[in-house]
Design a protein around this ligand. Structure first.
Ligand code: ADP
Ligand code: MG
Length: 467
């Protein structure tokens, strides 16, 4: 169908224009009377719509009849694909050298039909690829005490996107606990239930890159516009936005627009909102509008079932005692739990022999060693106190003597930097302070490090002790 359309189009426009605007198009799907075509960028789509819509209509109607529909698919980059979102494949020099008149659809007298173009309903359908990984679904996101709240909130959102009070839904928790998996699962489920809804998964990092790019190319409005078209927006790892005020600002606007229009926003973060640093207050307060659900470290039973499920799906059998050994020893990170079991499977198939407990012990030990590097808050307090030649009790005391205050603030700063503890938990362990005090301490350390040479020396000396 598309080839026939092309033949017709080629006949009706300048060769250069054909090459620029029609050759890059890829037909992707044909259902009944709807043809989906993939275009390299949003800009490309807009250009087509603006300049060639009549021509496309006619070509398509000739092929598919009066009810013909055209659906645009904008190709975006992600982990599973490889083209760039918002990339204008046409070099700008090329663009400016073209005379817009020349590019306008020539409704030539050659073809009498064209003088009276039809209106094809639905021609403005625009389709955005979701960037969802179908392997991350609810079915293989095993339930346990550690994730029950987040999982069921996710299911509720998937059943009624934008229609629950969980908007935004913020999923937070440490590394490897399933945030990305759950975020995809919600999107996959929504797509399944509501195929007509536009869902987009994007990491905050990618979102930031796109935004910066759009500012450079003077297409900031297009960027905002694009995101406002989405029904369910999933942004992974929003802590990445900390300190990036431009991106936060644009996200704030997009968020408000979506929220006001009953669209669903799903966010993940490695921290609870109260512990997020350098995120604007107005954005944090938006995060709190909905529900924050934590993913905690899985308990032993959940770890066992995750392992068994993984083995089952890979069609691998493994003795109970080995599963038990892995589950008992890798506690805080599901990614590592899976990593250990994958490594065991690999070794057993490589050596063509059963996994022995001994081998399991070796593998597990390696994984555990890698993660045990985290220092404790007690250790940090001890090191900082020693460095300033005071005891830990003094460091924790209520005194406002300058050098003691600085030592305390440094301890808080390093606890924040080198442990996974929340601000609240750091505060309570360092002399029973609240999270705001810890936050203040971290900022003070940052400031002093820039302005006070002596202080910077303390910071650097101590930092060496922890790395
Ligand atoms: P995060 O984004 O929090 O760092 P991921 O979502 O990448 O974590 O999860 C790490 C790995 O653990 C993934 O392979 C994921 O499929 C798996 N995983 C996490 N939670 C579960 C769960 N509840 N059931 C099964 N697998 C899980
Ligand atoms: Mg993740």
């Amino acid at each position: 169908v598309w080839n026939n359309c092309l033949v017709f189009i080629k006949d009706n426009i300048q060769p250069q224009a054909f090459k620029t605007w029609f050759e890059p198009i890829k037909p992707v799907r044909l259902t009944d009377n709807a043809l989906s075509i993939q275009v390299p960028s949003k800009f490309f789509y807009e250009w087509l719509e603006e300049h060639y819509v009549k021509l496309l209509k006619v070509a398509l109607t000739k092929e598919l009849g009066q009810n013909a529909k055209l659906v645009y698919v904008i190709k975006m980059e992600n982990k599973y694909g490889n083209s760039e979102p918002f990339t204008e494949k046409i070099p700008s020099s090329n663009r400016s050298s073209m005379d817009p008149q020349e590019l306008n659809v020539p409704i030539t007298s050659k073809n009498p039909q064209l003088k009276n173009p039809f209106v094809i309903p639905g021609i403005r359908n625009i389709k955005i690829e979701s960037q969802l990984n179908p392997n991350y679904n609810f079915e293989n996101f095993l339930e346990g005490d550690s994730n029950r709240l987040a999982r069921s909130a996710g299911l509720a959102v998937a059943n009624k996107p934008g229609g629950t009070s969980f908007n935004p839904l913020l999923i937070f928790g440490g590394v490897g606990l399933g945030k990305t998996h759950l975020a995809h699962a919600i999107g996959v489920e929504i797509k399944d239930k509501y195929p007509e809804k536009t869902v987009l998964y994007i990491s905050a990092e990618k979102f930031t890159q796109q935004y910066i790019e759009s500012v450079k190319k003077n297409t900031r409005n297009d960027f905002i516009h694009f995101y406002q078209l989405i029904d369910t927006l999933i942004i992974d790892d929003v802590q990445f936005l900390s300190g990036k005020s431009g991106t936060q600002d644009v996200f704030f606007h997009i968020f408000n627009h979506l929220h006001q229009n009953g669209k669903q926003v799903i966010l993940t973060s490695d921290k609870a909102p109260v512990d997020m640093q350098d995120i604007e207050q107005r954005l944090l307060s938006r995060f709190k509008w909905g529900l924050s659900a934590e993913l905690q470290s899985p308990d032993y039973e959940t770890r066992v079932s995750i392992l068994k499920n993984k083995l089952y799906r890979d069609g691998v059998e493994m003795p109970e005692e080995i599963i038990d050994h892995v589950a008992k020893n890798i506690k805080t990170n599901i990614r590592e739990l899976e990593g250990a079991i994958i490594s065991l499977i690999a070794q057993s198939s490589f050596n063509k022999k059963e996994v022995t407990l001994e081998l399991a012990q070796q593998v597990v030990e390696k994984f555990v060693k890698n993660t045990k590097r985290e220092v404790s808050i007690d250790y940090i307090q001890k090191v900082v106190s020693d460095y300033f030649e005071m005891d830990v009790a003094t460091l924790q005391s209520k005194t406002r003597k300058r050098h003691i205050v600085q030592a305390r603030q440094l301890a808080m700063f390093f606890a924040k930097k080198y442990t996974k503890a929340s601000l609240a938990s750091i505060g309570s362990q360092i002399g029973k302070r609240d999270h705001a005090t810890v936050l203040h301490a971290c900022k003070t350390v940052d400031n002093l490090a820039e302005t006070d040479k002596q202080f910077r020396k303390y910071l650097e000396d101590l930092n060496k002790k922890f790395t």
